[in-house]
Design a protein around this ligand. Structure first.
Ligand SMILES: NC(=O)c1ccc[n+]([C@@H]2O[C@H](COP(=O)([O-])OP(=O)(O)OC[C@H]3O[C@@H](n4cnc5c(N)ncnc54)[C@H](O)[C@@H]3O)[C@@H](O)[C@H]2O)c1
Length: 236
């Protein structure tokens, strides 16, 4: 296996953390960008809505670990409000964290992939993009845009050896899901949701990490522009 340098945003918690651990286990050199990084090597305190912070971290990562040829855009922020009660600032924040961050990180890392003639980008969107979600309109709008961006970049950079795919997770047991349950916004308890899930369990961060591990691998080179749902059959 070729050892690559991977950047995982949102790798401080939940799904992103599992992705970073999995890619390390796969043998890659992995750096994490997160508002709340863990106290581990190559974890950077970066706000992924701030391009200057991203550029600074990526420069350091390039020097320490080499050109970035794998990028997993996992940072995300849930926003719950009835649409009529949204302030524009709520909308803007959701778009900044869930969509503009993907622009910035991808735009910053892509030149390394173009120089290498090889790259893998995986965007973590959301199963809410399949069906919509009440009280989460800015989040769903941002994540749906991420799916569209994924398809367009796949077409644009396929000729350069770069694949771009999205993984929309559904019902994965992470701090984000627990916060949603605590606020009473899950539409039932976790146990009730399990009974409505075809595989009869909640997703684990490792389920998403396994999909990412495959999509960034050498052998996934013919898979691009795809939206690979990992949701226990809740969305088909
Ligand atoms: N858990 C689920 O069921 C589920 C469902 C659909 C989509 N998702 C998506 O999966 C991804 C991971 O979610 P999770 O459930 O692990 O949530 P989480 O809250 O546990 O982790 C999200 C991480 O993103 C980081 N982050 C947030 N804003 C940031 C910023 N501005 N700059 C840098 N880092 C920032 C947080 O610090 C946190 O470590 C998110 O994009 C989320 O929208 C999760």
């Amino acid at each position: 296996m070729d050892v690559r340098t991977a950047v995982v945003t949102g790798g401080g918690s939940g799904i992103g953390k599992a992705v970073a651990q999995r890619l390390r286990k796969d043998g890659h050199r992995v750096a994490v960008l997160d508002l709340k990084p863990n106290d581990a090597e190559y974890e950077y305190r970066v706000d992924v809505t701030d391009r200057a912070q991203i550029d600074e971290a990526l420069d350091e990562i390039r020097q320490e670990l080499g050109p970035v040829t794998i990028l997993v855009n996992g940072a995300g922020l849930e926003v719950y409000k009835r649409f009529v009660n949204l302030e524009f600032a709520d909308w803007q924040r959701a778009i900044d964290v869930n969509l503009n961050s993907v622009f910035h990180c991808t735009h910053a890392a892509l030149p390394d992939m173009l120089s290498a003639g090889w790259g893998r980008i995986v965007n973590i969107s959301s199963s809410s993009t399949h069906s919509g979600q009440p009280f989460m309109s800015p989040y769903v709008a941002a994540k749906s845009a991420v799916n569209g961006l994924t398809k367009s970049l796949a077409l644009e950079y396929g000729p350069n050896g770069i694949t771009v795919n999205a993984v929309p997770p559904g019902f994965v047991d992470t701090p984000m899901l627990r916060r949603t349950e605590e606020k009473g916004l899950l539409g039932g308890t976790i146990e009730e949701h399990i009974q409505r899930t075809p595989v009869r369990r909640a997703g684990r961060p490792e389920d998403i990490a396994a999909a990412c591990s495959f999509l960034v691998s050498e052998e996934a080179g013919y898979i691009t522009g795809q939206i690979l749902g990992v949701n226990g059959g809740r969305n088909t």
